[in-house]
Write a protein that binds this ligand. Structure first.
Ligand code: G6P
Length: 390
């Protein structure tokens, strides 16, 4: 995680004054959010924060230029995006609702713009976009603005249309992303949503300083934890090579794990051209289970401890119908191996942040399937990096 890729807001009331905001150049400084050591607040000339007496790290969202009290007054968030960015919104729904108890809705931009949406007062629309130029996302944002709802853009390309037109911008600072199928922008977008969730929880008095510190410490560990997952990549490569000829793959999970499944499935489709579907595990019985045949690969994602047994029992059901099972869960959940044929473990983190870790083995699966089939991983057929027309 880049040191700019996090955004911080202090529990002890460090919202900027209007006067301080007026002194900022909104063109140049928007979105330069940061995690910083609260004992070092004098380092920023923009700070108008109450001095902090300990060395706890804090979230500082001052560069987003929210009005004082704005976050505390929010009663609903709407995430709107396309493709993988939409899946970030889906993950954010689960993680932000868990952290803050503020309701979160998620829309595909192409649906939002044509469904005559209803946006409640005291809400904010958040557009997530790597390119900042996706036609549907831009149109959805313009519609939200017309409806008088404040907009925040979570964008990677600096100065892009969505970044320029949004009321507030939070840059992901993932660097240029070349390959068509997004990976690093997805990861950076997730971090932005966590930071926003933490800031919102603090503003609403639902996250205390101790929890804020725990969350920030967990965020700071993510890069090393991802490196650890990558050390296991040969196992995933070996497994992927066995399934290079698969026709259908199903991903199942509940809650945040379902959101992770959506992205794992999309990655597989995009770059390996294997048909795959992500299902909320509880929906299996409502139709999908009829597609399970001998040898069908089903990937169960089980990072949420409270849902672990539920999803595991769904895996048992499909196994009884001949499915071959891959299980993805946290280190320590070794009973997974009683059920699945191939287990992959990710390090533990705070529950709302597990998408950042669990997505990596799934991205590797898509990647190695593509390599095993001799495909061009970076330039999949029929896809564009940026979809600037409807
Ligand atoms: C295309 C890309 C995806 C991306 C989606 C949204 O389909 O191939 O990787 O998630 O557009 O793009 P955006 O730039 O708005 O994030």
């Amino acid at each position: 995680m880049s040191d700019k890729a996090a955004d911080i807001y202090h529990a002890a009331g460090t919202e900027k004054t209007n006067a301080a905001q007026d002194t900022q150049d909104t063109q140049d400084t928007r979105g330069t959010q940061d995690i910083r050591d609260a004992s070092n607040t004098e380092a920023s000339s923009e700070e108008t924060a109450t001095p902090v007496k300990n060395s706890a790290k804090v979230i500082d969202l001052s560069a987003l230029h929210f009005e004082p009290g704005f976050l505390a007054g929010l009663e609903r968030l709407y995430f709107i995006a396309c493709g993988s960015a939409y899946h970030v919104g889906m993950a954010a729904k689960y993680s932000i609702e868990k952290m803050t108890r503020v309701p979160v809705e998620v829309d595909l931009a192409s649906e939002f713009r044509y469904r005559d949406p209803i946006l409640v007062p005291n809400s904010m629309v958040i557009i997530i976009s790597q390119s900042g130029e996706t036609a549907d996302s831009l149109a959805a944002m313009r519609l939200a603005k017309e409806m008088g709802v404040p907009t925040l853009a979570v964008v990677n390309v600096i100065g892009s249309s969505i970044a320029r037109e949004a009321d507030h911008v939070m840059y992901t600072y993932a660097g240029p992303e070349i390959a068509v199928a997004t990976t690093k922008a997805y990861s950076a977008q997730l971090i932005c949503t966590y930071i926003l969730g933490i800031a919102l929880g603090i503003a609403k008095g639902r996250i205390d300083q101790e929890k804020e510190t725990a969350y920030i410490n967990a965020l700071e560990k993510l890069p090393d934890q991802i490196s650890k997952i990558l050390e296991d990549k040969e196992r995933i490569q070996w497994f992927a090579s066995k399934y290079a000829n698969a026709h259908d793959v199903f991903f199942i999970g509940r809650g945040l794990d379902y959101a992770i499944c959506l992205e794992g499935s999309l990655k597989m489709k995009e770059i390996s051209y294997i048909h795959s579907e992500a299902y909320a595990a509880g929906e299996l019985k409502h139709g999908t289970i009829s597609l399970i045949e001998d040898g069908t690969l089903v990937i169960g994602v089980m990072t949420q401890n409270d849902l672990y047994e539920k999803t595991r029992s769904n895996l048992v059901e499909v196994k009884a119908r001949g499915a071959y099972l891959m299980g993805l869960t946290n280190y320590g959940n070794y009973s997974t191996e009683d059920t699945v044929n191939f287990a992959v473990y990710v390090p533990k983190t705070e529950a709302p942040f597990t998408a950042s870790l669990a997505v990596i083995p799934l991205q590797l699966m898509g990647y190695y399937l593509s390599v095993a089939k001799g495909l061009d991983v970076d330039k999949p057929r029929n896809l564009a990096k940026s979809v600037t027309v409807e």
